[in-house]
Design a protein around this ligand. Structure first.
Ligand code: PGA
Length: 252
């Protein structure tokens, strides 16, 4: 049985006041902390404060990105050991905004995944097609290529510490959500790709959905057999909405 996971990606939003208030309101509202794993991804600079605000709770903290280098002359970058030192347990890797805006390649995404796993943290690896790719019938081809880069870089057993996030790029921040059928189709496709290498690991690996997920569409998405939770952007900045998503995720 795969435990549901709901992750809140704050992206480049928030300040100290907002972070403390959001953590407080989420803690007040969460009903099923044992059943649903909740992870928050604040901007790097808010990580220590957020860790402190959540002390004693079961909510984990993660980072939105990491550099592949350990330390040294890499102006502006943050290393994995710094994230560990700050209390992170997860790192989001290969978000489409990083792939598209900062030109991250499949190869770099795979390298970053290895860095995260080698340090004993969990990676949420994002995959997903653009609208043009979907409209030209290339969804499976693109997702398979992105996944293959990870499969080639890690042992299959490592997928027990990897969460795959299927995030169709056209659904992110657009208000357009994949239908439950569209999401399930790709989630099952991803699981089948993993199963070609190891059926047991494929069954254990959590595959979460991201892209305009909100309280109103959570139940039907999460009800799909291969949708194991959500990666929430915009709605994770609103405690009422985020809590509603987390509390709904426990239902299935
Ligand atoms: P969204 O973002 O929920 O605002 O669409 C999801 C994501 O980018 O992870």
């Amino acid at each position: 049985m795969r435990r549901k996971l709901v992750a809140g990606n704050w992206k480049m939003n928030g300040d100290r006041t907002m972070a403390v208030a959001l953590c407080r309101d989420i803690l007040r509202g969460l009903k099923y902390e044992n059943e649903v794993e909740v992870v928050l991804f604040p901007p790097h600079i808010l990580i220590p404060l957020t860790v402190e605000a959540l002390t004693g709770s079961r909510i984990a903290i993660g980072a939105q990105d990491v550099d592949v280098n350990e330390n040294g002359a890499f102006t502006g970058q943050v290393s994995l050991s710094m994230l560990v030192d700050s209390g992170c347990r997860y790192v989001i890797i290969g978000h489409s905004e990083r792939r598209l805006l900062y030109h991250e390649t499949d190869d770099l995404v795979a390298q970053k995944t290895c860095v995260v796993l080698n340090a004993g943290l969990e990676a949420i690896v994002c995959l997903g097609e653009t609208l043009a790719e979907r409209e030209s019938g290339k969804t499976e081809q693109v997702v398979a290529r992105q996944l293959r880069a990870i499969i080639e870089a890690v042992e299959m057993a490592a997928f027990s510490s990897i969460v795959i996030a299927y995030e169709p790029v056209w659904a992110i921040g657009s208000g357009l959500t994949a239908t439950p059928t569209q999401a399930e189709h790709v989630h099952l496709f991803i699981r089948d790709q993993l199963a070609k290498h190891d059926r047991r690991i494929a069954n254990e690996c959590r595959i979460i959905y991201g892209g305009s997920m909100k309280p109103e569409n959570t139940a039907e998405l999460i009800a799909q057999p291969d949708v194991d939770g959500g990666l929430i952007g915009g709605a994770s900045l609103n405690a009422t909405d985020f809590v509603a998503i987390c509390n709904t995720a426990h239902l299935t």
